[in-house]
Design a protein around this ligand. Structure first.
Ligand code: HEM
Length: 273
C-alpha cells in the first residue's frame, strides 16, 4: 500500500486517540484503538441497515415486518441504496485501516487447512504462528472487500436501472442477491465468533482491550510480538498457578470439614489460607 495511505491512516488513528480514550488495565493489551472501533461500528451499523432494508425489498413476507422500521415501502426503497453507499464508504476506511494486518501468509493457509481443529477446540492454544488476525478472520475481510465492490457496481446499475439495458439490470439483481446471501452467512459466523464462541473478544471492540490470556490463546504470534514473551510458557505458568490454587482451596476445604466435625466452628476458623 502506498505510503500516503499509510500516513493518512496513521494520522486518523492519532487524531481519534487524542479525542477518545482506551484504558489498558494490568494484565491487558491494547487490541483496537478508538479510530478502528468507530470505523468498525460504522461498518456494522450501515451493513445491518442495508441488510434489513434489502431483505424487506427482496422478500414480500419480510416486507410486511421490516418496511415499517424504515417508514414504509417507498421510503425503504429510497433509503436502501444510501445505506449501501455509506456501508461501502465506511468499509473503504476499514480496508485502509486493516490492509496491512490482513496480508495473506503461509500461516493463514495452514490455519484454513486446520479449520476443523479450530471449530472443535481440539488444541488449547491456536497455532503458534497465528498473528494479529487468523486465517478465518482474513478470509472474512477479503470476502467483504470483494463483496463491497460487487455491491457498489451492481447497486449503482440497479439504482440507475432506467437508463441501463434490461439484461444488465436482471444480471445485477441476481448477483446483488447472491452476494448478499454470502455475506449474510459470513456475518452470522462473525457475530458468533466475536461473542459467544470466544469470550473476551467482544470487549476488544468496546473497550479496545483484551486480556493477556485471550491473546496467548487465540493469537500467540501477536502476543509474542507485543510482549516479547513466549505465549506457550506463559500459558503453562498460568495453568500451574491455577492448579496450585485449586489444590490449596481443596486442602483448605478438607481442613475446614475436619475441624467442623471435631468442634463447632468459631469466627477465626473461617478465614481462607
Ligand atoms: C453487529 C455485530 C458485530 C459484532 C458483535 C462484531 C464484533 C467484532 C469483534 C469483537 C471484532 C474483533 C475481533 C478481533 O479483534 O479478533 C470484529 C472484527 C471485525 N469485524 Fe465485526 N462485529 C459485528 C459486525 C460486523 C459487520 C456487520 C461487519 C462487516 C460487514 C464486520 C466486520 C468485521 C471485520 C472485517 C473484522 C476483522 C476480522 C474479524 O475479526 O473477523 N463486523 N468484529
Amino acid at each position: 500500500m502506498s505510503s500516503s495511505v499509510e500516513r493518512f491512516d496513521e494520522k486518523a488513528r492519532r487524531e481519534f486517540s487524542r479525542r477518545g480514550r482506551t484504558v489498558v488495565h494490568r494484565g491487558e493489551l491494547l487490541r483496537h484503538p478508538v479510530y478502528t472501533r468507530i470505523v468498525h461500528w460504522g461498518v456494522a451499523l450501515t451493513f445491518i441497515l442495508s441488510l434489513l432494508s434489502g431483505f424487506a425489498i427482496y422478500s414480500p413476507w419480510l416486507y410486511r415486518w421490516l418496511t415499517p422500521l424504515f417508514g414504509g415501502g417507498p421510503m425503504t426503497r429510497f433509503l436502501h441504496p444510501w445505506f449501501g453507499l455509506f456501508f461501502v464508504i465506511f468499509f473503504f476506511f476499514q480496508f485502509l485501516n486493516w490492509f496491512a494486518p490482513m496480508h495473506w501468509t503461509k500461516a493463514d493457509k495452514r490455519w484454513v487447512r486446520e479449520t476443523k481443529a479450530y471449530v472443535t477446540n481440539r488444541d488449547a492454544l491456536a497455532p503458534e504462528d497465528t498473528g494479529f488476525f487468523n486465517g478465518g478472520q482474513k478470509l472474512y475481510f477479503w470476502i467483504l472487500a470483494f463483496s463491497a465492490i460487487f455491491f457498489l457496481i451492481t447497486g449503482l446499475l440497479l439504482w440507475f436501472g432506467d437508463v441501463i439495458p434490461r439484461w444488465l439490470v436482471v444480471v445485477s439483481y441476481v448477483l446483488h442477491d447472491i452476494v448478499a446471501l454470502i455475506v449474510l452467512a459470513g456475518f452470522i459466523i462473525h457475530i458468533y465468533e466475536g461473542t459467544a464462541a470466544q469470550p473476551g473478544t467482544f470487549q476488544s471492540m468496546t473497550n479496545g482491550t483484551v486480556t493477556e490470556e485471550w491473546a496467548w490463546t487465540h493469537h500467540p504470534a501477536w502476543y509474542a510480538e507485543v510482549t516479547g514473551r513466549d505465549p506457550r510458557q506463559d500459558y503453562e505458568h498460568a495453568r500451574t498457578r491455577q492448579t496450585e490454587r485449586g489444590r490449596a482451596i481443596e486442602a483448605w476445604e478438607r481442613d475446614q470439614k475436619t475441624r467442623d466435625q471435631a468442634a463447632p466452628p468459631s469466627a477465626s476458623d473461617t478465614r481462607m489460607p
